[in-house]
Ligand binder design. Sequence first.
Ligand code: AMP
Ligand code: GLY
Length: 451
Amino acid sequence: MREHVLLIGGGGREHAIARALEDSEATLYACAGNRNPGIARIANEFETLETTDPEAVVEYAKAVDATIAVVGPEAPLAAGVADALEEAGVYAFGPKEADARIETDKAFQRRFMAENDIPGCPDFETFDDSEAACDFIDEYDGDLAIKPAGLTGGKGVKVIGDQVTAEEGKAYIRESDYDRIVLEERLVGEEVTIQAIVANGGFETAPAVQDHKRAYEGDEGPNTGGMGSYSDATFELPFMTEDDYERAVEIIEATVDALDDYRGILYGQFMLTAEGPKVVEFNARFGDPEAMNTLPVLEIDFLDVLVAARDGEAPPELEFADQATVCKYAVPEGYPTDPKAGAEVQVDEESVARSVRATEKSSGEQDDPRESADDAVLFYASVDERDDGIYTTTSRSFAVVGLADTIDEAEAIAEDALEVAGEEGLHMRHDIGKADLVQRRIDHMTELRGE
Ligand code: AMP
Ligand code: GLY
């Protein structure tokens, strides 16, 4: 029987998932709060609905006879959408609400690591009283990261000694009305993401990716959902050793073992410190933007991953093209503090039409354009397609991904694609993936390691 796959979510990550299923032997259905034109084009049917409403999602899943559902973003997971689908007899690739707490509750996450002796856990304390948290800041010998325990779209964390002083940090705690706060040791190093596909006790990891959280070039400005990211043609990044990668995977393995039958994506965000990788956070889904680096180079059929998980098997071995990727997001002006929603986005898709698939999955033609050195892919994100055009929302608008043999070449391709896609009314970080930025990361790690 042909699988009916329901994709939940309408961002860039979900466009990447849709594209990874485009040539599969499956009929794709999609639902999201915004009509993502990229997903709508690939899917057999696109329904606009509230994805944090489990009943609405289940109703649609039933209506399209979904056999497998893929939950893209964290908000539906936190709302129990995977649980509701399971109860309705639809296999959901994504953790249940209780398991998603590894992402949705940072206090739970740290305690879970500590209780299960998972390596790479920074020193931490959790608080439900603002004044007690402020006292701890006064008493602690060193810098701390201030983290609201709940979901903030990656924008709630303030790091003392980096973005704020201790006084500003305390003022932030007092002004915001978070009921629970985690204070943890400030980790110093370079950040990397490693995403694992987890099912039935097994897991498989993808190449490391580096995201860029800060809104402005040179890692300045407020934290965002992620402004862009790059990966190399190997599993490591240029500032990372094979040992770093292996140690991070050991942390993922210990976490998968401690979780009870977790399924879906386990996203590890690591800080490579002088003492090795430490966990910045776990997420319960693909990264956005990182999915746009990873899925275009995945050489096996993503449907096989979903079917294996559904059928009680461990994930199949993942294979990736030996290609570097650079992803750059275009976001509404003012994002993330004061984003201008409702502006028309003029994307010149024709010009990015060399947005040909970089995977060699179904190749065979002599002159496969996917093997050309100038592959660029366009992913729509949180834009809304209406009858008269495509409009910005308050979140990220679209992304381009360059794929090539080196990060340098992939960066140049991404820049060309951004230029032809159209940049009017939008903001982007041109520095992501550029040689001097990558070199700074290498120098930083060399300095930290005292080499
Ligand atoms: P999170 O929402 O946990 O991903 O945090 C957002 C960003 O804050 C991370 O990508 C890091 O750049 C930074 N961050 C979080 N925790 C720490 C920490 N313990 N030390 C230093 N930076 C951190
Ligand atoms: N790129 C960061 C995230 O997906 O949370």
